[in-house]
Design a binder for this molecule. Structure first.
Ligand SMILES: [Zn+2]
Length: 113
């Protein structure tokens, strides 16, 4: 299957975008501490493990950002690509998509690749 190119804008980090991440990171961190305490007590090992994996998920989610993009082939809008990645597969039609990262600098399009 051929590659299709799509341009994805890498948005600037504004407080509106990083405050939820910070919150996510801290709640993940607190959950991690609670799970560690649970795991020290023998009875709490299982809930501790569950909570621990949830907290790791939250902490990683806070660090790995990305953008949504629309599939040029089928128009599916809920595709997600993490920053720095240059190819992705459409979740709906399995089309291989090459990502061209761009940003807008004073209204001018800048290619980041
Ligand atoms: Zn598609």
């Amino acid at each position: 299957m051929d590659f299709v190119r799509v341009e994805v804008e890498r948005r600037r980090m504004t407080p509106k975008r990083w405050i939820p991440r910070l919150f996510m990171f801290f709640s993940g961190f607190v959950l991690l501490l609670i799970s560690l305490i649970l795991m020290i007590t023998i009875i709490g090992i299982l809930p501790g493990l569950g909570l621990g994996s949830l907290s790791v998920f939250l902490i990683f989610g806070a660090f790995f950002g990305g953008e949504r993009f629309e599939c040029p082939r089928c128009g599916f809008k809920n595709n997600f690509v993490t920053y720095g990645k240059h190819n992705e597969t459409c979740r709906k039609c399995k089309q291989n998509i090459a990502i061209d990262w761009i940003k807008y600098n004073k209204g001018e399009k800048v290619n980041l690749n």
